[in-house]
Design a protein around this ligand. Structure first.
Ligand SMILES: *Cc1c(COP(=O)(O)O)cnc(C)c1O
Length: 386
């Protein structure tokens, strides 16, 4: 297609659309499909948050253009949440920025910091937007492989020094999608030193900070000393409060980086609907028991799937965070997921959809009931999957 700009033509194929098409075809044929591919909570938004929205949407003052940087009341709620749960002090005036979902912020950020050809360091496998956002800004993504032998943390020493010197941005995401790996504070320390030395801005995507199990607590990148000089952290209400459709997130940290992102946003969007921000205030400042309850649900599902997979001879350790299970499989990941769908009606995501280093793995999302997960395990028992 010649009508598209080069940057569109150069985007990698969106594998997930093809998988969803195959799923739809199976459903059409009458297959009882068990969809373990979607990273979208299946449970509803907690009622007190819905109620806050209901109240707010009736207020005409909320119907107008929102302020670009987000309502101060929302930014104050985000700063207080950070203080309470991460023990980090933030100035709500200029160290917090409201986002229309964190995907929006991630996609727009490279426009503020990359000149054509500038390098951004992106994890592979990874949430695709780090790579795509960099390409859309005419930047050059450099892949940092996340390998099992390194606990799915990038090996900073493996980044060639000329690449490190030229890089402007680094994206990180722990707890991690798709591998469900977590990062140690020691690793964050190394990143801050590496980034400070090479003058790289770090964007830490902390979308899964609250989706944790077995007493694990996910650290904020900003808790590392010196991090606020070079980094921002992205947050989303999507996964924490089952609010994917509402489109609300926020970025916190270095004020100059936030100002750059804010400048792009001011020119391309007009902020998040204020009624949604008021629902967000209810989420962040209300009781967090809903989060604990959801984590309990995911934990039961996780345990069911892990026990089932282990029983089938696949060695998988229970993840400490996220609602993903990352499983090493035989052969090519796409062939494996095709086989799973064709022979057992199970949809999983092939690791290669998250980048070349995801090859050889598949991702299950814990977005089905324990009953359905057990059913999926029984169906897989009939396959030679080991
Ligand atoms: C789901 C997800 C997001 C997107 O969150 P939104 O706030 O809904 O845009 C961002 N990062 C990662 C790693 C995710 O898995």
């Amino acid at each position: 297609m010649t009508m598209y700009a080069d940057r569109i033509n150069s985007l990698p194929p969106y594998l997930f659309a093809a998988i969803d098409k195959a799923r739809q075809e199976a459903v059409k044929k009458g297959v009882d499909v068990i969809n373990l591919s979607i990273g979208d909570p299946d449970l509803p938004t907690p009622p007190h948050i819905v109620e806050a929205m209901r109240k707010s949407v009736g207020n005409p003052a909320r119907h107008r253009y929102p302020s670009y940087e987000g309502m101060l009341t929302f930014r104050i709620a985000a700063a207080k949440w950070y203080k309470k749960y991460m023990n980090i002090d933030l100035d709500p005036e200029n160290e917090v920025l409201t986002l229309i979902g964190s995907k929006e912020g991630i996609a727009h950020l490279p426009l503020a910091f990359l000149n054509p050809g500038d390098i951004s360091l992106v994890p592979d496998p990874g949430y695709p937007v780090y790579n795509i956002g960099s390409i859309l800004a005419d930047g050059k993504p450099f892949k940092m492989p996340l390998l099992g032998e390194n606990d799915f943390l990038p090996d900073l020493d493996a980044i060639p020094s000329d690449v490190a010197k030229k890089a402007k941005l680094m994206f990180l995401n722990y707890p991690n999608n798709p591998t469900s790996a977590t990062a140690t504070t020691g690793f964050f320390r190394e990143v801050v030193d590496f980034a400070s030395e090479n003058e790289i801005l770090v964007v830490h995507d902390n979308a899964y900070s609250e989706m944790v199990y077995d007493g694990y607590k996910a650290p904020s990148f900003l808790a590392t000393s010196g991090a606020k000089d070079i980094a921002i952290e992205m947050h989303s209400l999507s996964k924490t409060y089952n609010m994917t459709g509402w489109r609300l997130g926020f970025a916190v940290g270095n004020r100059d980086i936030l100002a750059g992102l804010g400048k792009v946003k001011t020119n391309v969007d007009s902020g998040a609907f204020e009624a949604v921000q008021e629902a967000g205030i209810a989420a962040l400042s209300g009781p967090q028991t809903c989060v604990q309850e959801m984590n309990q649900v995911y934990k039961e599902r996780r345990d069911a799937l892990i026990a089932g997979l282990n029983d089938l001879g696949l060695e998988v350790k229970p993840p400490k965070a996220t609602f993903y299970v990352w499983v090493k499989v035989r052969g090519k990941s796409l062939d494996f997921t095709k086989m799973l769908l064709e022979r057992s009606g199970i949809v999983a995501t092939p690791g290669v959809g998250f980048g070349e280093y995801g090859e050889g793995y598949i991702r299950f999302a814990l977005t089905q009931s324990v009953e359905r997960i057990n059913e999926a395990v029984e169906r897989m028992r009939k396959l030679e999957i080991k």
